[in-house]
Design a protein around this ligand. Structure first.
Ligand code: CIR
Length: 256
């Protein structure tokens, strides 16, 4: 069960963040209202939610997930793999220090939380444009100290691992992944139940499991139909403005 979430208010300059989506210019008022709905949803699921103020000079900083990896034992402060985002991790550390012992990814390692997928006590760590082998190795070592195992996963062209695969729960003792067609063939994911998301709905892979409920982006009917078969509570949220900035549901909070 999660009891806490940390989020950050999108700044007025959020449209200056990094994006490759080609989905057009996002709207600030709409972003704020979607962010607010996200925070209220987390609260409705029983979480105490901290909303940090926008971070001047860091238009992507409301994607707080990338600045840290929080487990039940420790908060690992990351080292973002792109210059424009380096510094966000320094800003989040004091907040996390209130709840967890702190560890850090050190240079030359780079790592972003969007590349870290927790499935029980096993962590998949994407090696991507943002997370290098050294960052993945350092995180693996830290996690191991607390009895966790990890596996590195090559991410290829996508931004982060969790753009393509997420953990959506456990049915009958088997962990279920929501996963793209490309990733589902990787042998690393053998042994998991899988719901495969077609290429026209790839953004829907970024569905978030919180306290036995699934929060999924609105507008992906095929994925929604499959998720409904799981019999879990599902909440759909409009994520259009974050999607324009290459972000999604998992990116906008740290849950623990
Ligand atoms: C970036 O390119 O860094 C941001 N515009 C999007 C980050 C999304 N974060 C995530 O998937 N964890």
């Amino acid at each position: 069960m999660f009891t806490h979430a940390i989020t950050r208010q999108p700044g007025e300059n959020f449209a200056l963040g990094i994006t490759t989506s080609g989905l057009g210019k996002p709207d600030y008022m709409r972003m704020l209202s979607q962010h607010n709905a996200y925070v209220e949803t987390l609260k409705s699921l029983g979480l105490e939610v901290t909303v940090l103020p926008a971070l001047p000079g860091y238009p992507d900083a409301y994607f707080v997930e990338d600045a840290a990896v929080v487990t039940r034992d420790i908060a690992v402060i990351t080292r973002p793999g792109v210059k424009a985002r380096q510094g966000e991790e320094i800003a989040i550390e004091p907040e996390l220090a209130r709840y967890r012992e702190i560890a850090r990814i050190e240079a030359p390692g780079t790592l972003e939380g969007g590349d870290v997928l927790m499935v029980g006590r096993h962590f998949f760590i994407g090696v991507s444009e943002r997370t290098n082998q050294e960052g993945a190795r350092q995180l693996g070592k830290i996690l191991e100290k607390y009895g966790n195992a990890s596996t590195a996963v090559p991410v290829g062209d996508g931004l982060h691992l969790k753009s393509s695969v997420n953990y959506i729960g456990n049915s009958g003792g088997r962990h279920t992944l929501l996963i793209t067609e490309e990733f589902c063939t990787l042998s690393l994911f053998n042994g998991y139940e899988k719901i495969i998301v077609g290429s026209t709905e790839a953004h829907a892979c970024n569905t978030l499991l919180v306290n036995e409920r699934l929060i999924t982006p609105r507008g992906f009917p095929k994925t929604l139909k499959e998720l409904k078969k799981l019999g879990m509570g599902i909440i759909e949220l409009d994520m259009s403005e974050a999607q324009k900035m290459d972000g999604g549901l998992t990116c906008m909070s740290l849950r623990f």
